[in-house]
Write a protein that binds this ligand. Structure first.
Ligand SMILES: [Zn+2]
Length: 248
């Protein structure tokens, strides 16, 4: 039997507990966007012993990605990100099942993918995709762990839609308004450092571990503002928008 990083690694077993490690192995995890955040999140999940990943992205590797998208190197330029990522992740953890979808997220394929997933990682870099994922996860009652980065800063938020708790806000509550305004106020544009990407993706994956093990505090109903320049990580409680078009 092939060995490698995995759920049965003794350190993972010890820290996640048998139940947590087994649960992680059984989960089908959807990662939308395999750029900076998605690369890191997938890599960590492979080392932690996740059992099943679904990767969605229609991008090719470009030279501009190579400062922060850790699953790719110079020899991958021009290749499909999800195919390169799947190959590398299987090398790291041969027990990991990886499904690669070389496609842009749409309403139709998104509904199918979210339906099949147990948990969804939003590692996208645009609000159109974030809004669509929020809507789909809310409708299908799947937990959504969302992240965004720009420069030295970023944020992470967890939306526990699986709990069907209508008092918890959604991503749309957090960023109401038209897309142009969102683009202006958002921090998810411009060049980003690999260190920022690592910090934010790491918190996204940590959120999943805490949801599984019930250890410590989670970011349910909160967003964590991450400022790596000043070493500040501030959790901010989110407010539900009573006129939210998705959850109210
Ligand atoms: Zn909402």
């Amino acid at each position: 039997m092939a060995t490698g990083a995995g759920a049965l690694h003794p350190h993972n077993l010890e820290l996640l507990g048998k139940e947590g490690a087994e649960a992680l192995k059984e989960l089908r995890i959807l990662i939308v966007g395999v750029g900076g955040l998605g690369s890191f999140a997938a890599l960590e999940l492979a080392y932690l012993g996740a059992g099943r990943l679904m990767l969605v992205d229609n991008d090719r590797v470009s030279p501009s990605n190579l400062n922060r998208q850790v699953l790719y190197g110079a020899s991958d330029v021009g290749k499909s990100k999800v195919l390169v990522a799947a190959k590398k992740l299987r090398q790291i953890n041969p027990a990991l099942e990886v499904e690669a979808f070389d496609a842009r997220l749409t309403k139709a394929n998104g509904a199918y993918l979210v339906e099949r997933a147990d948990v969804v990682f939003d590692c996208t870099d645009n609000f159109e995709s974030k809004r669509l994922l929020n809507l789909l996860c809310y409708k299908k009652r799947k937990p959504l762990i969302s992240g965004a980065v720009g420069g030295w800063e970023g944020w992470v938020a967890t939306f526990p839609f699986h709990k069907e708790d209508e008092s918890v806000p959604c991503l749309e509550c957090l960023f109401p308004g038209d897309l142009e305004t969102l683009r202006e106020i958002s921090e998810i544009s411009g060049p980003t450092l690999v260190t920022t990407v690592a910090a934010v993706a790491n918190f996204q994956v940590t959120e999943l571990l805490k949801l599984l093990t019930q250890k410590g505090e989670t970011l349910e109903g909160k967003t964590l503002i991450v400022d790596t320049k000043n070493y500040q990580c501030v959790p901010v409680r989110l407010t539900k928008n009573p006129s939210c078009s998705v959850c109210s």
